[in-house]
Design a binder for this molecule. Sequence first.
Ligand code: ADP
Length: 165
Amino acid sequence: MQKIAIYPGSFDPVTNGHLDIVKRGLDIFDRIIVAILTNPGKAFLFTLEERLDMLHQSLQEIPNVEIDTFDGLLMDYAAQRNACGILRGLRAMSDFEYEFQMALMNRRLNREIQTVFLMTGLKWIYTSSSIIKQAAQFGGNIEGMVPPLVEEKLKQRYAQNTTAK
Ligand code: ADP
């Protein structure tokens, strides 16, 4: 049986840190479904369509990766997609508490699906979508932290100075 993992997140936008987790996750899982959570409540810089498009373009050369969206409970979605794992990345200690709580809650909801954490690559330890957005907003150099197409999109977005609804 294929071992499928869900890699959930908001990917607003996708960074090289995310891509590193997907590539390394494929050493463990046969297939990874990168899934954007569409529950309302958070303000995003990019629309869902834009985030999907950036993920598609950034991951198009990597086999055994699918991109999808979901709403509701992650564990319901994971069961529906026949996943055996949830893939998450850990950067600093600051990620740990939230991830720990979420993994425990998810385990309570479904004990058959394991949350698997990969340590960030050292290169990506300070790479987060929000820090990158802050730097890009004020014209900071974000080269090498995001795929070139994302860098371009960020530049355009801040030139227009708009937020996704
Ligand atoms: P969320 O909105 O759930 O934080 P993100 O899209 O920001 O979603 O992140 C999705 C997952 O990717 C999380 O597990 C996060 O810890 C991980 N991640 C984000 N950036 C990095 C990075 N630079 N290195 C490793 N993991 C990362």
